[in-house]
Design a protein around this ligand. Sequence first.
Ligand SMILES: [Zn+2]
Length: 559
Amino acid sequence: MGRIYVKQHPRDARLTVEELRDMVGHEGEALSKRVVHFATSLRGTRQYWFHQRSRLISMVDTLGLPTIFFTHSAADTQWPELARLICLDNPYSSACRNTALFNNPAIADWFCHQRITRYIDTFYVGVLGATDYWVRFEWQHRGSPHVHGVAWLPDAPNVKDLTSENEATVAAAKETIIQYVDRLVSTINPAIAADGSDADQAPLPKTKPQHICNKSYIEVEDYNQDLKDLIATCQRHTRCSAAYCLKTGRGGKQECRFGYPKPLQAETTITMVEGDPVLTTKRNDPLVNDHNTTQISSWHGNVDMKVCVSRRKVIDYVAKYATKSEPRSKALREVYSSTVKKGDDCNITKVAQKIMISSVAERDYSAQETCHLLLQLPMYTASRDFVPLSLDGSREVLQRLNGDQPATSPCLLDHYMERPATLQFQEMTLLQFARQYKMPKAVGTAPVHRNKQVVAIVRPYCSPDPGGPKYEQYCRQSLMQHVPFRHLDDLLGSCTTYAEAFAVFLQSGSVPPSLEDDIYRLQKLQQQSDADRDQVYHHKVFFFRQQCHNRIIFVGTPR
Ligand SMILES: [Zn+2]
C-alpha cells in the first residue's frame, strides 16, 4: 500500500532521506495526513469511516432529520438457521455451536449480512414503510457483528415545531409526537405490572432448557410469551461492566454510560433541556432497553429503537456511530517523527508504509470482520447514491490528451454555471442541480432529470467556525450551494467579503434547515460582541467616574 501511495504521489516520491528527516513538525504532519487520507479507500479503517460520516451528514442535509435510530445485534451463537449451516452434527449443543462459529467466521459473517439486508427490506421498508435508510456494519468485543442505522419514515411527525415560539404549536407538537412514539417504541416489560411495582421480580433470562434465540421463529406458538422471554433474555441491561458501559462520572463515581438503572416513568414526556427537546418514554422496568415489539419478535435477538426528536441527537449519533474518531494531527506528528527517527534505512516508501500501518492497524480486527472485508461485502448500505460536488474548481484530469483539447473534463460546477437560461433552471441552486440532474455530456447541453434524487458530497471541507482561518471560504462555499448564480461575483452582491454576503443571506428568511447551526453561531457571535461592547462601555463609564472623582477631589483640594 505504501508503494501504491508513492506511485500515485510522484512529488512525494522524489523526497530524499535528508529531506524526510528535515520534515519534522508541520511538513511531516502534512505528509502523514496525505498518506492517511489515502487510506480512506481502505474499507473499515478510521479514515474510511471518517469519509462515510460526511456522506451520512450530507444525507441528513438532503432529506432532513431521520425518524428513528436502530441497532441490531447478531445472536450468532444461538440462531438455529446459522447452526444448521455450520453445526450440522449437533445444532442443539451450545458448546458445539460456539466451536462451529469459531471455525467458520466467513459463513457466520455472510449469514448475518444476508439476514440484516433482508431484514431492512422486509421490516424497515416493507412494514414501517421507510423511504430512506443508512446502515453500518460493526464488529466488537467477541467479534460478532451488529448494525447501527437510521431510517426516514413517511408518517413522521414534525419535530421542528417543538422549538417553535408559539406555545400552542409546541403543545400540539408534543401531543402528536408522544402518540407517535408510543405506537412505535416501547420501554415496557410486558411480564411485570404496568406501574412497575414488581420490577424486582422481573423474569430471569430464558436460557433453559433452550435459549429463546435458539428457537426458530416458525416454532413460536405463543407470541406474547415469546416477547416476554425475548425481553427477559436480550433486552434488559442487567449487568454493567468496566469493559462495556461503566465510566467514571462526576465525583469519581462509577456510572453506566447508558444511564441504567433508569427511573420508572408513568407517561411518555418531552421536556426541554438547554433548548433541546428530550424524549423519555414510559417505563415500568428500570433495566429494559428501547425497542419496537415487532422488531424484537422478528429479529429474535438484541435490538434498539429510538425516535429522533432533535438535530443535536442526530449529530451526536453521527459522531458516535457513523465514525468512531478521526486522525488527530498531534498523534500523526508523533507517528511521523518516530517513524523517521527510528529507521536507518529511511525512504519514502517505507515511511508511507509505516505511517499507514500505524494509523490503519491501530485496532484489532475480529475474524468475522476480516472475512467480511475479504468477501468484499459492503461495510454500510444506504438507500441513496452519492455524487461528489467539488467547489474549489478541481476537475478530473483526462488520461489521454490530444492537441488543443483541455487537459481536464468539465465538473458539475462548470455544467451548473452554463446551465440553460430557461425559467426552470434560472432560479435553481447548485445543490438542487447536483441532486436532481445527471451530468450532461457537454457543457451547455440540456441536463437529464434523475429518477431519484442523489446526495451531493461537498468538497473541500471547511470549518464553519466564524473565528477559524477558512471561514471566508466556508461562506463562499455555502453561498455557492444555496444561492442561484452564474458567476461567482453574483454571490457577493453589494458586499465586499463572502462572510458579509453569507450573513446577509442568513437573515433573508429563506434559509434551508442545514444552515440553522450557522444562524445559531452568528447569533452567539453577535451576543458575544454585544457583551464585549457592553464591557467596553462599562469600562469607559468606570474611568469617567474615576476621573470625575479625582477632579472633585482635585477641585476641592487646595494646592
Ligand atoms: Zn451499564
